[in-house]
Design a protein around this ligand. Structure first.
Ligand code: NAD
Length: 338
């Protein structure tokens, strides 16, 4: 019997990626939906064969507590809503997957971790690239010093945001701009390649169009400093396009380009091209979480990792605002390194 997942928020990511992935999963399936749009209830019920009893809206959300078909709630809402809907999911007795970025502050991340611990429920973040073979190879090459110790890293993740009404432009809803949305992937890549926590950060707001990007940054650049003088040089933008990650090691290099896409990821090293299959990242990610629940195992992408990354993002913004280098301090549950 597969575990049942309910998707909360049926926007682009749920409809374009997660629901299709849930047709391929082996240990979990799409059992329920939570939506504020009545028209979507009908559409999704028909397309995915979801019974009326498993369809909820934002008023009836907490009643999922009484539904045995639903084991996992997957929060796919705008960033500022992640904390509330994760905490309420835990209080309803459900395990939770929460999309990235985990929340809009490290404090909220801690509340989410605490709520899941108190309810004795598991919490994971939608960090799909931990299940992607080329990115896993980058982790192996970096951490095992296969090409010698890592000396330098660089990355870009940018796309032109063309919807002027998007919640992504609203500071309250999004918590920030491209850094929160996609720059987080470069931060992630640098940590999983190094297998170490960074020590400090320096950042620069390089927004071009201040009219469109009046609340959140349009473009941001940062240097993330690791022990032994290793630096990640990164940038992220809603005003440009780019998708890559590169590391220089003592005896060679490795690069992913594109690095963070849902498919079509390509990798190359100083030894030659990487040869790995394309996978359904979301299916693997959700199946691994289901396996963790079934076997009572630890997820490799827990809330603690989401909180750690939020501490780093907060510090990047602090440095961009103050113009000073900011030391990173990872408090309780934030010092996660797997
Ligand atoms: P989206 O705008 O397409 O969808 C958001 C959904 O939330 C919509 O269905 C909207 O109706 C609903 N919603 C409910 N209450 C709302 C409110 N008060 N204001 C605005 N919308 C409200 O966004 P998306 O691209 O699907 O992103 C959703 C989340 O998923 C974000 O946190 C994002 O960072 C994350 N995401 C992750 C990935 C990934 O690869 N892991 C990819 C895309 C998005």
């Amino acid at each position: 019997e597969k575990l049942g997942i309910a998707l909360v928020g049926l926007g682009n990511y749920s409809s374009g990626q997660l629901a299709p992935a849930l047709q391929e999963t082996k240990l979990c399936k799409l059992s329920g939906i939570v939506t504020g749009t009545p028209q979507k209830e009908q559409e999704w019920a028909q397309k995915y064969n979801i019974p009326d009893s498993n369809i909820y809206n934002y008023e009836t959300y907490d009643q999922i507590a009484d539904n045995d078909d639903i084991d996992i709630i997957y929060v796919v809402l705008p960033n500022s809503m992640h904390a509330e809907y994760t905490i309420r999911a835990a209080e309803a007795g459900k395990h939770v997957i929460c999309e990235k970025p985990m929340a809009t502050s490290a404090k909220d991340c801690q509340r989410m971790i605490d709520a899941c611990n108190q309810a004795n429920r598991k919490l994971s973040i939608g960090y799909r690239l931990h299940f992607e073979p080329h990115n896993k190879e980058m982790m192996r090459l970096g951490r095992n010093e296969v090409l010698g110790p890592v000396q330098q890293m660089s990355g870009t993740f940018s796309f032109p945001l063309n919807d002027p009404d998007a919640w992504r432009l609203d500071k309250k809803m999004a918590g920030g701009g491209p850094l929160m949305d996609v720059g987080i992937y470069i931060v992630q890549a640098s940590l999983y390649t190094m297998g170490q926590l960074p020590t400090s950060v320096k950042a620069w707001d390089e927004t071009k169009d201040h009219e469109t990007f009046s609340e959140v940054e349009g473009t941001i650049r940062w240097n993330l400093n690791f022990p032994n003088n290793v630096v990640l040089q990164a940038d992220s933008s809603y005003e440009d396009r780019g998708n890559n990650f590169r590391m220089e090691a003592a005896n060679g290099w490795a690069e992913l380009s594109p690095a963070y896409s849902y498919g079509g990821i390509k990798g190359e090293t100083s030894e030659g091209p990487m040869d790995f299959p394309q996978v359904n990242q979301q299916a693997l990610q959700m199946d691994d979480f289901a396996r963790c629940i079934i076997e009572d195992d630890q997820t490799i992408v827990p809330g603690e990792m989401g909180k750690r990354d939020m501490i780093i993002l907060d510090s990047i913004y602090e440095s961009a605002e103050t113009g000073s280098e900011v030391s990173l301090e990872f408090d309780k549950d934030g010092d996660f390194i797997d």
